[in-house]
Design a protein around this ligand. Structure first.
Ligand code: PLP
Length: 383
């Protein structure tokens, strides 16, 4: 059967050059432990260094500011817990938003159980934090603000640079962003954004799964508090490095930054076609997320009177992989916390459909989607 993949916000296929790079560090002499002094160790160390340079260059950072992790989840946990514990003597107030990924929300919840005060900022109808709300929430006790750059369910891009300026004006507060969805889709440069810490993940940028990075600005009052062990990653992440994964991430990051403009142009055309044509073709459909400030590859809709899950199954049977915003936690059909925070009722949130494009999708694939979606929607609405 013909297969079309429209779920790049969930994960991406590995770039062939990245796959080769990963393989290179699984075979031959490239199996060394970067902590070893001998020839094998030196080969591994050089690969680690190169990956760190590549990762750093792609976000405008210095190599020493990069800590490799097991993915976006670990990077955000590490940033948030480390910042909270290191700065506890200065205050216990942390600010985040209602539309964060659970990697952030559950991290701050764990801190709340340990005496930290958490402010979860509301969002507007597009899933955007209002700058005024952020400004009002900051107190003398605030030590950390963690906000996502772009939302994984609705694609909305937060005004991070503006937030960064405000936060720095208000004092010595650490600013962490979850750039897992934005990196590789829009420019992510740490100085322009004014952030102290930033999380990225390999598998969202045509890299391997189970590897990511945390950027920590030089001089930041932060120390790692999750892992205890060896001196790897300049004492910031103990444990023998996942060298094949890290080498893959380094190359994937370099390619993502290099291909950004071309990829964006192509994917925006596909995205904008759906933004125009879906509401023309279907009744009782609404675009969700910000109409303009959204990821170039991302579009999501609510189809009223429909279960998103059924729509997905229908599409899957036609060979199309997409996703729904109403992610079910462990099989329970709980509506998405992100959509609910945007004021979308649980009932409506169940009818969401997320299409996230990648660099290989074509206009002809969009034609096919529109063609097969029509009878699926009609059937589910009993028309
Ligand atoms: N943050 C966001 C916005 C995400 O979309 C994801 C992945 O879905 C993560 C964090 C977690 O990243 P990882 O899968 O690498 O742990």
């Amino acid at each position: 059967m013909r297969r079309i993949y429209f779920d790049h916000s969930a994960t991406t296929p590995v770039h062939p050059l990245v796959a080769e790079e990963v393989h290179r560090y699984l075979v031959g002499d490239n199996f060394g432990n970067p902590s070893s002094q001998h020839y094998y160790g030196q080969l591994a160390w050089r690969a680690l260094d190169q990956a760190r340079e590549r990762m750093a260059d792609s976000i405008g950072a210095m190599a020493e500011e990069i800590v490799f992790t097991s993915g976006g989840t670990e990077a955000s946990n590490m940033a948030i817990h480390g910042a909270a514990l290191t700065n506890r003597n200065r205050g216990t107030h942390i600010i985040t938003s209602a539309v964060e990924h659970h990697a952030t929300l559950h991290s701050v919840q764990a801190l709340a159980e340990n005496g930290y005060k958490i402010t979860v900022l509301p969002v507007d109808q597009y899933g955007m934090v209002r700058i005024e709300d952020l400004a009002t929430a900051i107190t003398d006790e605030t030590i950390l603000i963690s906000i996502m750059h772009a939302n994984n369910e609705v694609g909305t891009i937060m005004p991070i640079a503006e937030m960064g300026r405000l936060i720095k004006e208000r004092g010595d507060i650490l600013f962490h962003i979850d750039a897992v969805q934005s990196f590789g889709k829009i420019p992510v440069q740490v100085d322009e954004l004014g952030v102290d810490m930033l999380s990225v993940s390999g598998h969202k940028i045509y890299g391997p799964k189970g590897v990511g990075a945390l950027y920590v600005r030089k001089g930041t009052n932060w120390r790692p508090t999750l892992f205890y062990g060896g001196a790897q990653e300049r004492l910031r992440r103990a444990g023998t490095e996942n060298l094949p994964g890290i080498a893959g991430l380094g190359l994937a990051a370099e390619l993502a930054a290099k291909n950004l403009a071309v990829d964006n142009r192509r994917q925006m055309i596909l995205r904008d076609r759906l933004i125009k044509e879906i509401p023309e073709k279907f009744s009782q459909v609404r675009l969700i997320g910000h109409p303009v400030k959204r990821l170039p590859n991302h579009v999501s809709f609510i189809f009223e009177l429909i279960e998103g899950e059924s729509m997905l199954l229908g599409l899957d049977m036609k060979g199309i992989a997409a996703s729904t915003g109403s992610a079910c936690a462990a099989g329970s059909a709980a509506p998405s916390h992100m959509l609910q925070a945007m004021g979308i009722s649980g009932e409506l949130a169940r009818g969401s459909l997320r299409i996230s494009f990648g660099r290989d999708n074509t206009s002809e694939e969009v034609d096919y989607l529109l063609e097969v979606l029509e009878p699926i929607v009609a059937r589910l609405r009993g028309e």
